[in-house]
Design a protein around this ligand. Structure first.
Ligand code: TRP
Length: 365
């Protein structure tokens, strides 16, 4: 068995996690796949316009992975029903989100983009997988418990759909035989369930060519959690985000109000950069200048306003071309629909190939 050693700078936490076979950390791809091009499948729930936390935690790595892997990226629109039953704006939110994907670097020629709801094989495999897992196993899943807690609903209001969230997610992944699934760390329990499904199915049903499914690994990136402007996790519902598509002025107006070290009241006061969320942003978007910021902040020579101006410049510089591209794409809604159409055709072909193996292995002639 290959040992997956964590990168200490990335994950200083407990050692048993580093041996978790279900996880690959950023920077380990070459070692794990040894030159083979992995198949990647990842998705996001359609939340509309994305924020810089989505970029740092997911989209940026998706964009980079296109160089070393074959990718499918999908919009988990059915999964969105677990957070909001009202689906009136689901199509709009999906289109907004994928406009960001494309503007910020997903190349639909290389990486098909599709909606879960447009590839019926997801629901078909979901039904079959549902037979292969016990209710007790699903109830033990910490990710579902967290989700229900985050939604602020009690166990009483938990639906069959919430409980089955990882079943649908496993279907999403297994259909495309993904080797690697870029997700946030909170999603690792779902990937573990997906691996169990692959093993269970393969044990029960053998196809002519052997195992139908591969066991995927979670792919965890360095900035999985970027703090929001108030220091809590960045989330649209908390109103503490900077959107990828915000104008340069809006970016400044939001950054201006970011919470900083409360002990640093005015320029001249020494601050503690390590506890400041703005410093986290410098780490991410101003790697060359971060040391200077650290010194200026701790000595007091740098004030918070100047520090925020600097990072705003860096963000705006980094995102300028993509924001420009986004404005162009907004003027071409027919292009976005065409991209979806093509992606959905490719996804259906891949998914149907897997489903015919599944049906054959199960003797559903
Ligand atoms: N659960 C993921 C999230 O909330 C979205 C998702 C659904 C997903 N199915 C997936 C991600 C399959 C990766 C692979 O962010």
């Amino acid at each position: 068995m290959e040992e997956l050693v964590e990168q200490p700078s990335i994950r200083p936490s407990s050692s048993n996690e580093s041996k978790n076979e279900a996880i690959v950390y950023e920077g380990q791809l070459e070692r794990v796949f040894k030159g083979r091009r992995p198949r990647i499948l990842s998705g996001m729930r359609p939340t509309g316009k994305l924020h810089i936390g989505h970029w740092a935690g997911a989209l940026e790595s998706w964009v980079g992975l296109q160089e070393v892997a074959d990718n499918f990226f999908f919009i988990a629109d059915y999964h969105a029903l677990t957070t909001k039953l009202d689906s009136t704006d689901i199509t709009q939110l999906s289109l907004e989100m994928m406009t960001d994907w494309i503007a910020f670097g997903i190349d639909p020629e290389r990486s098909p983009i599709f909606r879960q709801s447009k590839v019926k094989q997801h629901t078909e495999l979901f039904l079959i997988l549902a037979m292969l897992i016990t209710k007790a196993r699903l109830e033990r899943n910490p990710a579902v418990k967290d989700q229900v807690r985050d939604l602020g609903i009690g166990e009483q209001m938990m639906t069959y759909g919430h409980l089955g969230y990882p079943v649908l997610m496993a279907a999403d992944i297994l259909l495309y035989k993904g080797d690697l699934v870029p997700v946030g760390e909170d999603q690792v329990p779902h990937i573990e369930i997906t691996r169990e499904f692959a093993r269970k199915f393969n044990e029960h049903y053998q196809a002519a060519r052997g195992n139908v499914f591969t066991e995927p690994k979670a792919y965890i990136t360095k900035y999985a959690r970027l703090p929001g402007l108030d220091g809590r996790r960045m989330s649209k519902s908390l109103g503490n985000t900077i959107s990828l598509s915000d104008s340069e002025d809006d970016t400044w107006n939001k950054m201006r109000k970011a919470v900083t070290d409360p002990a640093k009241v005015r320029k001249g006061d020494p601050g503690t950069p390590e506890i400041c969320l703005v410093f986290t942003y410098h780490n991410k978007w101003n790697p060359d200048g971060v040391e200077e910021i650290r010194q200026g902040c701790s000595s007091g020579s740098l004030g918070c306003v100047d520090c925020k101006k600097k990072i705003t410049e860096k963000l705006n510089e980094a995102f300028r071309p993509a924001r420009e591209k986004r404005r162009e794409l907004e003027a071409r809604p027919e292009f976005i629909l065409e991209v979806l159409n093509q992606g959905e055709t490719k996804a259906r072909t891949a998914a149907e190939e897997t489903m015919s193996e599944v049906r054959e292995a199960m003797k559903f002639g």
